[in-house]
Design a protein. Structure first.
Length: 173
């Protein structure tokens, strides 16, 4: 009876250790996948210096720490795999806190507040898009869910903005 009880304890201990090991392995794997599947935010100066030679559009994202829709966009829209894939392949993405005094442009010596004023950002979140040449296209104020944001990104990367409005583009799909 004692031997059976000892065997049962050993089996239970091995099972617990295996379960813990499996859990930690899955958690570490999940964390590494999250790190590999996030937007690569670049500096303002790097994006504008490299967009033309890499033929990538520029997305400038203005947010504030207190903005609930900015937080929602960061936690849902910007974590969507399709959004991340499109941004990674076709855009240089810049993230700027519009209330920050941190210098975001070394060339222009502008902080987040000055850049928000320069681009006439009046609400948050606001996204501003540029062609690979650096030419300003337009800004999109307000929260966008992932599906809507993908439409906006496709509209820009397909250069549909040259021949039709976004409303026309949206109706044709």
């Amino acid at each position: 009876m004692n031997k059976a009880r000892n065997n049962l304890k050993i089996i239970l201990l091995v099972t617990i250790l295996f379960s813990i090991s499996l859990f930690l392995s899955m958690k570490m794997n999940g964390d590494s996948q999250k790190n590999n599947s996030s937007i690569n935010w670049v500096s303002y100066d790097d994006a504008f210096a490299n967009s033309q030679k890499n033929n990538k559009f520029i997305m400038l994202y203005f947010y504030t720490d207190w903005c609930s829709y900015c937080k929602k966009m960061s936690s849902s829209t910007f974590t969507d795999k399709k959004v991340i894939a499109i941004l990674t392949e076709n855009y240089f993405s810049i993230k700027i806190n519009a209330e920050s005094k941190e210098i975001f442009s070394l060339k222009a010596k502008k902080n987040g507040m000055a850049l928000a004023q320069y681009y006439r950002v009046s609400g948050f979140p606001t996204l501003i898009f540029f062609e690979p040449t650096g030419k300003l296209l337009f800004n999109v104020p307000g929260y966008m869910d992932a599906d809507y944001f993908v439409k906006v990104l496709d509209y820009i990367r397909g250069a549909y903005y040259k021949s039709m409005s976004f409303e026309q583009y949206s109706k044709r799909k």
